[in-house]
Write a new protein. Structure first.
Length: 170
């Protein structure tokens, strides 16, 4: 080898040969295929319906089945985050002063990536305070990440952004 250029040609040829050999050597025994069950829009909508039902009926057991043990939430108005256990504790210890009257999703967008789905939507929820008799309508924009494992779809993470603008005013 007379120059750095000749050296680089040898290195490139060696690298390309190594890539070709590793590709040819990767058979079913050496490089098994990963078993991924593809998530579908129906899977996503089924999980969303189940989650909404759990929220509407205050069913913490159903919610526990929806959230993966590693589930995390970000988006609290004070910047806090929570995990599955904290969310379920808060859900179960609700004081009963308020009742959810309506929970609706609009502008739902779903992006599928193999066994993963990323969901965004606008959520409107209406609650009534039993003490004051006030009815409050709130809006949030959320992003959820779901994964299909075998035949089960679970929520991995949720992020919400409250919408402070009164959506009832035109």
């Amino acid at each position: 080898m007379n120059s750095a250029r000749d050296f680089m040609v040898v290195v490139k040829k060696g690298f390309i040969s190594l890539l070709i050999l590793s590709t040819l050597a990767c058979n079913e025994q050496v490089c098994p295929e990963v078993d991924v069950t593809l998530i579908t829009e129906k899977d996503v909508y089924d999980l969303m319906d189940s989650w909404l039902e759990a929220m509407r009926t205050n069913n913490s057991k159903q919610l526990k089945q929806i959230l993966d043990d590693s589930w995390s939430y970000t988006g609290g108005s004070d910047g806090t985050t929570s995990n599955k256990e904290q969310a379920l504790e808060g859900f179960e210890s609700a004081d009963g002063e308020t009742t959810m009257l309506a929970l609706n999703l609009t502008d739902t967008q779903i992006k599928l990536y193999g066994d993963i789905a990323i969901v965004t939507a606008l959520e409107e929820f209406v609650t009534v305070n039993h003490k004051t008799k006030d009815t409050i309508t709130s809006f949030i924009r959320f992003t959820d990440v779901y994964q299909k494992r075998g035949n089960k779809v679970i929520a991995l993470t949720t992020h919400t952004s409250p919408i402070l603008v009164d959506k009832n005013k035109k």
